[in-house]
Design a protein around this ligand. Structure first.
Ligand SMILES: *Cc1c(COP(=O)(O)O)cnc(C)c1O
Length: 374
């Protein structure tokens, strides 16, 4: 990763080689085709670059939450199969159909709307989602046979093609996930009896794909893992053979020598314990640096770690570097690949009482993304 050029306050540097590596590694480890999940701007890494890197690494298909995200991938020229699963009330699926984007269907109403979109286009690709206990969307088990029967009818009529059956775990406990898995298996068996046996069965996201081999079926939907982050609270990505793809960094924008007892940032929640140099880091909560990490998270400058001094503000925060010779323009790494000795997104998550997913996805639009491949 080259140094930050002059005039650049901050950036998130995305290693697309790491994403390709992670997909390739997970594909081999898990042994079934991978749907790479690139929703929410590729978890903050950029949807198109993440999608291209994932396909390069051997992903067979892509998953996004909503149709607009899928259409954006098509507009960027991506032709791989795409599944989308979260739809606004009353959505017409015409746009999805015209772009050949498969729709996850969570109700009879959505199934019929999907079939309606086929009248002027080719058959709409459908994955039926069964609710197995997460309490979000998905077809309730009691309604499943009716929706499946209708899907069989619509498929025979040429309006839809059912490509898959799927669900999603709650990652609550071994027992809860085992119960969800049984519910899914029952749903698959019931569908078969009604004449529906699509090629794709998928329930596992990264965590279950790694920890529940019996949940892999014919496809896994991998999000966090492809970005090189661990879905497990107490296991780092290096223990899974993953390489974090995002490095968040900035340039020291100002340094100031101050006496003992100097209050720092809003509310003076930090005061210097002796004469010290304060370095100003030009990223704040508007950029996705969690205010909850004020006084808790660490950054790295030239290989040394420093804790945030005082509160994170909207655009900036301060670190106390003591007597170290930190200068304007020095690179500050907030988080990146722990193997390089810098703090990790997981450590930031701990400091802010959240999860690494939230740390990377909230990096804001004011932070330019740059791209490297290693
Ligand atoms: C976000 C999402 C995924 C990916 O989850 P990870 O834990 O990031 O692997 C998979 N499936 C669905 C339905 C999702 O919403």
């Amino acid at each position: 990763m080259s140094p930050l050029p002059d005039g650049v306050l901050r950036e998130a540097c995305i290693d697309v080689g790491a994403i390709a590596h992670n997909v390739r590694h997970l594909r081999e480890l898990i042994g079934v085709p991978v749907m790479a999940v690139v929703k929410a701007a590729g978890y903050g890494h950029g949807a198109v670059r993440s999608a291209l890197a994932a396909l390069e690494g051997g992903a067979s298909r892509l998953g996004v939450a909503d149709i607009a995200e899928g259409v954006a991938l098509r507009r960027a020229g991506i032709t791989a199969p795409i599944l989308t699963w979260l739809h606004a009330p009353g959505t017409s699926f015409v746009e999805a159909a015209s772009h050949g984007i498969a729709v996850g269907v969570s109700s009879m109403a959505q199934l019929r709307a999907a079939a309606d979109a086929a009248s002027t286009h080719r058959p709409v690709l459908v994955h039926l989602k069964l609710e197995t206990g997460l309490g979000r969307n998905g077809i309730a088990p009691g309604e499943w046979p009716g929706v499946v029967a209708e899907a069989v009818r619509l498929e025979r009529a040429g309006a839809i093609v059912v490509e898959g059956l799927f669900s999603h775990f709650s990652n609550t406990s071994t027992e809860d996930d085992a119960a969800a898995l049984r519910a899914f298996e029952d749903g698959v068996a019931a569908a078969r009896e009604l004449g529906l046996a699509p090629p794709l069965l998928h329930i596992a996201a990264t965590q279950a794909a790694l920890s529940m081999p019996q949940a892999r079926f014919t496809c896994v939907r991998l999000g966090v893992g492809i970005y090189g982050l661990s879905p497990f609270e107490h296991r780092g990505p290096e223990t899974l053979g993953l390489r974090p793809a995002m490095t968040l960094r900035g340039s020291v924008a100002a340094v100031r020598r101050v006496p003992e007892g100097q209050g720092v940032s809003y509310g003076y929640t930090y005061r210097t314990r002796g004469p010290a140099t304060l370095a100003l880091v030009p990223l704040g909560y508007a950029d996705g640096v969690p205010r909850a990490a004020s006084g808790r998270a660490h950054v790295s400058i030239g290989g040394t770690r420093y804790r945030i001094a005082g509160r994170v503000a909207m655009d900036q925060f301060v670190i106390d570097v003591g007597d170290d010779p930190v200068c304007v323009g020095d690179e500050v790494v907030l988080f990146g690949d722990g193997a390089r000795g810098v703090p990790t997104a997981q450590e930031w998550a701990q400091a802010a009482d959240t999860i690494n997913y939230e740390i990377v996805t909230r990096i804001g639009p004011r932070v330019p993304r740059s791209e490297v491949s290693s």
